[in-house]
Ligand binder design. Structure first.
Ligand code: IPE
Ligand code: IPE
Ligand code: MG
Length: 254
């Protein structure tokens, strides 16, 4: 448990167990202030800390943050190098905050693509926080949903060829088991900042029925009030999963 007791806000409706966030707009935030893009990334760390801590305190079970995509390797090498140094520092500096809030950290993505120093600190932080039983914080690093599905499918086909899986039995659950972290339930709420209306290759399988919320502010400005706005919106959504809400269903058949 976090040092402060978990306090779930009453927003008059359901509360998400799993929140996924596409943290976008760091570069724009900096450029709007006549600063270089990398300052936006640095400022974004403060939002990561605040949102992680607030989610843990409110009893969110899992938070998945899109920190670096497989496509982001295409960016200029100075920016990529800066982001990787920032990641390494974050993984060292945040350990106390993660421990104080009982947060367990897990990296998902093609983690072997990361520079050695960043990967080492990721593994250390995962090991240090492994016993925490509060919120799970998943950092998506060198993550791409299509890569995840392709890698998973390759492993599945290999197992089928080895006789470990019967191709006739393959269903959605089988495929799910070959994704990065199959035990964590799908996100209930998917947030994107900086006003962009796309998923950018993030959790395409897992977000099939996630509720979407787009915030107009850039990530460095996404703090507790903006998080509360997203939670408030979620509390008033009707999740139907292709079916009908029970009351409406009764009306229809009456
Ligand atoms: C998100 O901010 C951080 C990463 C993708 C690593 P951006 O760097 O994409 O910022 P914008 O979208 O260019 O403003
Ligand atoms: C998505 O943001 C990736 C992360 C937030 C890590 P991008 O800025 O890379 O996405 P696009 O290029 O606008 O689709
Ligand atoms: Mg962007």
């Amino acid at each position: 448990m976090p040092k402060e007791a978990v306090q779930r806000p009453d927003l008059g409706g359901p509360f998400p167990d799993h929140i996924a966030i596409i943290m976008d707009g760091n570069g724009r935030w900096a450029q709007e202030r006549n600063m270089r893009r990398v300052f936006g990334h640095r400022e974004g760390i403060a939002s990561v800390r605040e949102i992680t801590t607030e989610c843990a305190r409110m009893g969110v079970k899992s938070l998945t943050l899109y920190a670096f995509s497989v496509e982001n390797w295409k960016r200029p090498s100075v920016e990529v190098r800066y982001l990787m140094r920032l990641l390494r520092r974050y993984l060292i500096d945040e350990r106390d905050t993660l421990m104080d809030n009982d947060v367990r950290l897990l990296g998902i993505g093609r983690l072997d693509d990361l520079p050695e120093g960043a990967l080492r600190e990721l593994r250390r932080t995962e090991a240090i926080t492994a016993g925490n039983r509060g919120m799970l914080l998943r950092l998506a690093l060198s993550y791409g949903s299509r890569t995840e599905l392709a890698d998973g499918l390759r492993a599945l086909v290999r197992d089928a060829k080895a006789g470990l899986v019967d191709p006739g039995d393959v269903n959605e659950e089988t495929l799910r088991r070959y994704l990065y972290d199959p035990e964590t339930p799908d996100p209930d709420l998917m947030i994107r900042t900086a006003g962009e209306m796309r998923l950018s290759n993030f959790l395409l399988w897992q977000a099939s029925y996630s509720e979407l919320f787009v915030a107009n502010v850039c990530w460095p400005e996404f703090r507790k009030p903006q998080l509360m706005e997203a939670l408030e919106a979620y509390a008033h959504r009707e999740r139907k999963y292709g079916g009908l809400i029970q009351d409406h269903a009764n009306e229809q058949t009456a």
